[in-house]
Design a protein around this ligand. Structure first.
Ligand SMILES: NC(=O)c1ccc[n+]([C@@H]2O[C@H](COP(=O)([O-])OP(=O)(O)OC[C@H]3O[C@@H](n4cnc5c(N)ncnc54)[C@H](O)[C@@H]3O)[C@@H](O)[C@H]2O)c1
Length: 251
């Protein structure tokens, strides 16, 4: 498997979950992999398990200087990425709430990471690609940005709908520069993000009931579409939403 053997790739939120699975798969496909996370220990452990093709970068996507410094130091080291997966995100279960009860602080904390953080990752990825050569940027959306999937998901859903819109605008703006921008839409995928659902049999069965294929997703389910969009197989794909959701967004 060497579909990415000429690529340098950067994945945010690669310390665990979907980002970690994608980083491991990209390395198996021959890519150099930069595991970016605000959790330094997790990123270092994951990079060390992958080996010499990988390096860890501490990056808080909600802090512009952290994002800009990471891209600058990668460029200076000859590791400017051809592929950037803007995957890091949070969902503040137990704090996100129906609009009338939602604290402004919870709204802002969700937007700061999911929407502003994704924007900052995209902004500095585009700048790096304009300076170093074309590439592919992949964002992580959600069915909640398309359908109403949870009455408590007010802030989270707003951020994911924002990411879907950001994809289209940035794709159109930089297509002539050879920069492709797409969003992958995973459904309920069993990672640490959704522990509060996974550990509650009633909630788990309700959400799986909304997935026509009748099961939860796993991080491995998301790897293949990421490889397609990162590789030259995806050369004509830009501005798209790619649902890998067991059919959830058909309902
Ligand atoms: N798990 C799901 O069901 C699901 C479904 C649809 C979309 N998503 C999206 O997929 C992405 C990955 O989710 P996951 O399930 O793997 O989550 P996860 O919680 O397992 O992993 C998220 C990673 O992002 C990192 N992170 C959080 N805030 C950060 C910041 N400010 N800067 C840098 N890193 C930060 C965390 O340290 C962690 O390593 C998220 O954007 C999430 O919204 C997840």
């Amino acid at each position: 498997m060497t579909r990415l053997h000429t690529k340098t790739t950067l994945i945010t939120g690669a310390g665990t979950g979907i980002g970690l699975a994608v980083a491991q798969r990209f390395a198996n496909e021959g890519a150099r992999v930069i595991l970016a996370d605000r959790n330094e220990a997790a990123a270092l452990a994951a990079a060390s398990a992958i080996g010499s093709l990988a390096r860890a970068v501490v990056m808080d996507i909600s802090d512009e200087s952290s994002v800009a410094d990471a891209f600058a130091s990668l460029g200076a080291d000859g590791w400017a990425p051809d592929v950037v997966v803007a995957n890091a995100g949070v969902q503040l279960f137990g704090e996100d709430a129906p609009a009338a009860e939602l604290d402004l602080d919870v709204w802002k904390r969700t937007l700061d990471i999911n929407l502003t953080g994704t924007f900052l990752t995209v902004k500095h990825a585009v700048r790096s690609m304009l300076a170093n050569g074309p590439g592919s940027i992949i964002l992580t959306g959600s069915p909640t940005g398309i359908n109403g999937e949870g009455r408590d998901f007010t802030a989270y859903s707003a951020t994911k709908a924002g990411i879907h819109g950001l994809t289209r605008t940035v794709a159109a703006a930089y297509a002539a520069d050879g920069i492709r921008v797409n969003t992958v839409v995973p459904a309920y995928t069993e990672t640490s993000l959704v522990t509060s659902i996974t550990s509650d049999p009633e909630a788990r069965s309700a959400i799986i009931g909304r997935i026509p294929l009748g099961r939860a997703g796993s991080p491995a389910d998301i790897e293949g579409i990421m490889v397609y969009l990162a590789s030259d197989d995806g050369a004509f794909a830009t501005g798209g939403l790619f649902a890998v959701d067991g059919g959830m967004t058909t309902l």
